[in-house]
Write a protein that binds this ligand. Structure first.
Ligand code: CUA
Length: 338
């Protein structure tokens, strides 16, 4: 079984991991080469130019300009290779894959001291994530308390999970197996216990696992229920902007700027609506800070996402347009808080 405690160069578990390893080995090779060169020269010069008798006075050595320019340019060039190689890899790792890539989108909530993960179909897991092999997996992560860091050393990925915003991380595992998951940011007493497993399965095994796992409501369905119970539809679509087709669209704000309606924008609007008022509307929405948990926030966003058909990740979307009153089996609306 692969393990981060074993030395596994070029293990070919994830494409990004291979690229990280290639850069790592390049840096190691250059470092070893230069260290050896320096040490060999030191030993050679110590012997070759040693003082041979008490009265010896060394002759003046002329400087060698071409040599000095040569090694300056050579090291500069090597540094530039390191810089661009590292920068390109970093950008590729940090840039979210295109929505068209058909990623398996997993919601992750970190809290002291566990990882809560949810599949698009509603299956929930704690400290363990089952995924199919050779499928792009995209994590949308938030924290309920302090900064955590979601790290899978075998895939060479690590991303801080920060309270108050979403961070994303993605990977494709190309080998089945069981891989360590770590929290890699000190987050309190039991930080070292905040560990788990990534189970990479064949697509068949994954489907069997999905089928055999109790399905809660999918995030979008839970979100629809929340949307209804908070009474959001009393305003949205009437005195507040309609949410159908909103996700991923550009929104024109009161101050004339535009913003893309992504998860962070929706999150901010739920918690602090006055921060970005849509043009033509007045700030009338109360803050839901403290009234919705991180998981409920993700659910609400999943629901709003499901109202933009191009962004439905997987699983059936709830059978609603912009009026949750048409959802079957949803409890009646409570009064909106505030
Ligand atoms: Cu969570 Cu360390």
């Amino acid at each position: 079984m692969p393990s981060p405690f074993h030395f596994n160069p070029f293990h070919h578990i994830s494409p990004i991991g291979d690229r990280v390893d290639a850069l790592f080995w390049f840096l190691t090779f250059i470092s070893v080469l230069i260290t050896l060169l320096v040490f060999v020269l030191i030993v050679w010069f110590v012997i070759r130019y040693r003082r041979r008798n008490e009265d010896e006075i060394p002759t003046k050595t002329p400087s060698n300009l071409p040599l000095e320019i040569g090694w300056t340019i050579a090291t500069f060039a090597i540094m530039l290779v390191m810089f661009f190689w590292g920068a390109i890899l970093y950008i590729d790792m940090k840039r979210s894959p295109a929505p068209a890539a058909n990623a398996l989108e997993i919601n992750v909530v970190g809290k002291q001291w566990m990882w809560k993960l949810q599949h698009p179909g509603g299956q929930r897991e704690i400290d363990e994530l089952h995924i199919p092999v050779n499928r792009l997996v995209k994590l949308t992560m938030s924290s309920e308390d302090v900064i955590h860091s979601f790290s899978i050393p075998d895939f060479r990925i690590k991303q801080d999970v920060v309270p108050g915003s979403y961070s994303t991380e993605w990977f494709t595992a190309t080998r089945t197996g069981r891989y360590h998951l770590f929290c890699q940011e000190y987050c309190g007493t039991n930080h070292s216990q905040m560990i788990g497993w990534i189970d990479v399965m064949t697509p068949g095994d994954y489907n069997a696992w999905l089928a055999g796992t109790a399905v809660g409501e999918s995030p979008a369905v839970s979100g629809a229920a929340l949307f209804h119970s908070f009474g959001c539809a009393q305003c949205h679509g009437q005195i507040a902007p309609t949410l159908a087709g909103l996700y991923g669209r550009k929104v024109l704000l009161q101050d004339g700027t535009t913003v893309t309606a992504d998860s962070d924008y929706l999150r901010e609007s739920i918690l602090n609506a006055p921060a970005k008022i849509v043009q033509g509307y007045t700030p009338s929405m109360p803050s839901y800070r403290g009234q919705v948990s991180e998981e409920q926030l993700s659910d609400l966003i999943a629901y709003i996402k499901s109202l933009s058909p191009a962004h439905i990740d997987a699983g059936p979307a709830p059978d609603v347009a912009d009026r949750p009153t048409s959802i079957p089996n949803i409890p009646p609306a409570k009064q909106p808080p505030g």
